[in-house]
Design a protein around this ligand. Structure first.
Ligand SMILES: NC(=O)c1ccc[n+]([C@@H]2O[C@H](COP(=O)([O-])OP(=O)(O)OC[C@H]3O[C@@H](n4cnc5c(N)ncnc54)[C@H](OP(=O)(O)O)[C@@H]3O)[C@@H](O)[C@H]2O)c1
Length: 250
């Protein structure tokens, strides 16, 4: 199974950042791509530049997602829609922000997988790509976001077991810092947002993440790329601004 064996893909969170880059990449590779997000104007512009088919949908609307995703019969799901509300603090979090992050990053991601799997299993081929984060693998000072991406990590591992023998592959993509609008949507306070955004490092581009997804999709059928972890060269475990020599005299 390689990209040329897959005919169609569904990308959630397609109106910006990583999702938009994946749509462009998969369209350029000849797949029929269904792009899902809430902002209609962004999707329209994406359709004009890539030729994708667009669907305006909030992934937290489970019934609407079931109707649409269940009917498309796609070969590939890029489970990418995500937010970082309450990323800065669990103790100070607005309860609605916690619900939005878990509802989008975890609950909707599970429903998306459930709603596309039936036809994949029947055909004996398909690919689930879950966009997690290094925040799901290591503590990065965010209880809410870390919890949401930790759930994606274990969902991906368990799904591999549940789908053993079906021919459906599962890949978890764990990026570090990617240059997108993520923090603009995550943090309202301009000063705090500035502190989170201005890392002083060269961040990964969305296209780099899209390339790692293509690598997984393009592997032959007997290879399941289980996890891709990619970070900026200047980012290390423990945080974006971590400097191992900070505070040392010698
Ligand atoms: N940026 C990073 O540093 C980074 C690092 C690791 C992992 N990630 C993960 O990568 C994924 C993509 O993030 P990004 O960095 O590309 O951020 P982004 O530029 O803010 O894009 C997020 C996308 O998710 C969509 N979305 C959010 N809530 C939605 C909902 N309820 N229904 C449908 N679509 C929804 C947004 O579209 P609408 O607003 O139009 O609905 C947008 O297209 C997320 O899962 C994020 O957690 C990001």
């Amino acid at each position: 199974m390689t990209i040329s064996d897959y005919r169609s893909a569904l990308v959630t969170g397609a109106s910006a950042g990583i999702g938009a880059a994946v749509v462009a990449d998969l369209c350029a590779r000849g797949l029929t791509v269904h792009a899902v997000a809430r902002r209609e104007d962004r999707l329209k512009a994406l359709a004009e530049s890539t030729g994708c088919t667009t669907h305006v949908l909030d992934v937290r609307d489970t019934a609407a997602m079931d109707d649409l995703f269940g009917s498309l019969g796609v070969d590939v799901l890029i489970n990418n829609a995500g937010v970082g509300r309450a990323i800065q603090s669990l103790p100070d979090a607005d309860p609605a922000d916690i619900d939005q992050t878990i509802g989008t990053n975890v609950t909707a991601a599970l429903h998306a997988v459930r709603s596309v799997l039936g036809p994949m299993i029947e055909r004996g081929r398909g690919h689930i790509v879950n966009v997690g984060s290094v925040a799901g693998l290591y503590p990065l000072l965010s209880g809410v976001y870390g919890a949401s991406k930790g759930a994606i990590h274990l969902m991906s591992l368990n799904l591999r077991l549940e789908l053993a023998g079906t021919g459906v592959r599962v890949t978890e993509i764990c990026p570090g810092r990617v240059r997108t609008e993520f923090y603009d949507a995550a943090i309202d306070d301009p000063n705090l947002r500035h502190r989170f955004k201005e890392t002083g490092i060269t961040e990964i581009a969305s296209e780099d993440v899209a390339a790692s997804i293509s690598y997984a999709l393009d592997a032959p059928w007997y290879v399941n790329v289980a996890r891709v972890e990619l970070q900026p060269t200047e980012q290390t475990y423990g945080g974006v601004n971590f400097d191992p020599l900070e505070g040392r005299d010698e």
